[in-house]
Write a protein that binds this ligand. Structure first.
Ligand code: BG6
Length: 478
């Protein structure tokens, strides 16, 4: 028996994103979106971050794994039944904007898209699974990217407002928990996924990103307002990519550097969403980086008046920073850059595994904001092997999750209010950063491979049974 006490009604579950599992990329009247033009494989990051990336398909050179995903579009019943078998209390899913508004700027939504999500939500509710819905998860309609320049354009606020209100009105009797923008602060380092544009040049990246982020902040606040009006009792959260930042050593120069990086990366977006205002330190940061945010009258009031109800976040790793890096140190960094932490081991993809970092994140966020927290992504991307008898013994994943759940249990003891925990990629899906299938997170194995082959058959891994028991005992047996 574990010593941890998780609250009654704790929302144990799993998380996915529409573009990474649905497939059916042109079915049901869906329009093209950002994920549809992202190539598969480790080349993905390089292709999309090359200045001048034209958002066109190039089938001669690349494959596009998100087009088929794991075919959840046709197999959602089977998949949700498996989630129910594990005892999920909640399922964090996202809605593909381009299924509802194929181009993004239409006045009327696409009924077929709305009906699809009616079915998915009904299937969850049938099993008593609480849906937690992300409105925008890394898949802006392509038309908005090409014609409007993504979130750099203020007009997108209007389109998003229409989209969000359409969802609230349609699903008001089915969905109580909503998340506005996935990993919104990722835009501070890489604007493409969350803000829908490739910076014009390196020099204007920060200016363009923060201008776009400002538009997103206004859109998010308007969504909070609309959601509360349309669905009484609903709760809306922001969604942050959270990584505590350590100083490489106790040299105050490095300590200050790590602290400053954390303020920019972790705090600006949270402060705006929860406290309803830009933090005091942002003024100097904006000035020193030539960032001039164009605001309209009423923007700051809107942001102040409609803060989120809770914070949700993803946690995969911590980050370690040092002010001056040698070339060798530069190359040693984690996913986020920085330097290698000599005390941590990394996953096969170089993501440093740090359960204490999760306890720290929970405490830092709760100390700062005093609102409930929801861990909506955590998990281990790993290579899985099917044994001769057909089993998949993913003890490495069980160990990873156990250590992180224990860290979460410690944070509960520390007094942090936590609403739930949804494991990322509860069923294998296409990786967001590399477009690979071989980077697997699931409790459920999907027979699909990086070269596109596979039967799409589903198979339970050892972790499936383990997690089922964790949920059944409310974290008492880990
Ligand atoms: C988060 C994203 O950054 O990390 C997910 O919200 C993503 O969409 C997850 O899949 C894991 O990243 P990756 O690159 O391993 O898929």
């Amino acid at each position: 028996m574990s010593k941890y006490q998780f609250p009654e009604g704790f929302l144990w579950g799993g998380a996915t994103a529409a573009n990474q599992l649905e497939g059916g990329y042109l079915e049901g009247g869906k329009g093209m979106n950002l994920a549809d033009v992202m190539p598969g494989g480790k080349i993905r990051e390089k292709v999309i971050s090359t200045p001048g990336f034209d958002f066109e398909l190039d089938r001669e050179q690349y494959t596009y794994p998100n087009h088929e995903g794991i075919d959840f579009y046709h197999r959602y019943k089977e998949d949700i039944a498996l989630f129910a078998e594990m005892g999920f209390k909640s399922y964090r899913m996202s809605i593909a904007w381009s299924r509802i508004f194929p181009k993004g700027d239409e006045l009327e939504p696409n009924e077929e898209g709305l009906t699809f999500y009616d079915r998915v939500l009904d299937e969850c509710l049938k099993y008593g699974i609480e849906p937690v819905v992300t409105i925008s998860h890394y898949e802006m309609p392509l038309y908005l990217i090409k014609e409007y320049g993504g979130w750099r354009s203020r007009e997108v606020i209007t389109f998003f407002d229409r989209y969000a209100k359409t969802l609230f009105n349609r699903y008001k009797n089915k969905v109580k928990y909503w998340l506005t923008f996935n990993e919104i602060n990722a835009g501070v380092i890489e604007p493409l996924f969350s803000l829908g544009f490739s910076p014009t040049t390196k020099d204007v990246r920060l200016q363009e990103s923060f201008q776009a982020l400002h538009h997103v902040f206004v859109a998010s606040s308007l969504a909070v307002k609309a959601c509360h009006e349309i669905i009484p009792g609903s709760q809306v959260g922001c969604m942050l990519l959270y990584a505590p930042i350590y100083s490489f050593d106790c040299n105050p120069v490095n300590e200050w550097y790590a602290f400053s990086e954390a303020r920019i990366f972790n705090n600006i977006c949270g402060d705006v969403h929860v406290r309803g205002e830009y933090p005091s330190f942002s003024k100097r940061y904006f000035k020193e980086n030539d960032i001039n945010i164009k605001m309209e009258e009423g923007d700051l009031e809107t942001i102040k008046q409609y803060p989120v109800d809770f914070i949700s976040f993803s946690y995969y790793m911590s980050r370690t920073e040092k002010k001056e890096l040698t070339d060798e140190e530069k190359a040693s960094g984690n996913f986020f850059s920085g330097v290698k932490n000599p005390f941590l081991k990394a996953s096969d993809w170089g993501w440093e595994v740090d359960p204490i970092g999760l306890r720290l994140s929970l405490n830092q966020l709760y100390d700062r904001y005093r609102v409930p927290l929801f861990i909506v992504e955590n998990g281990l991307g790993a290579y899985d092997k099917i044994e001769e008898d057909g089993s998949i013994n993913d003890d490495y994943r069980i160990n990873y999750l156990r250590e992180h759940i224990e860290a979460m249990g410690e944070a509960v003891e520390d007094g942090v209010e936590i609403m739930g925990y949804t494991v990322w990629g509860c069923i294998d899906l296409v990786s967001a950063s590399t477009g690979e299938m071989s980077k697997r997170y699931g409790f459920i194995y999907v027979d699909k491979h990086d070269d596109g082959s596979g039967t799409l058959e589903r198979r339970k891994k050892k972790s499936f049974y383990w997690y089922k028991n964790v949920i059944a005992t409310n974290g008492q047996e880990l």
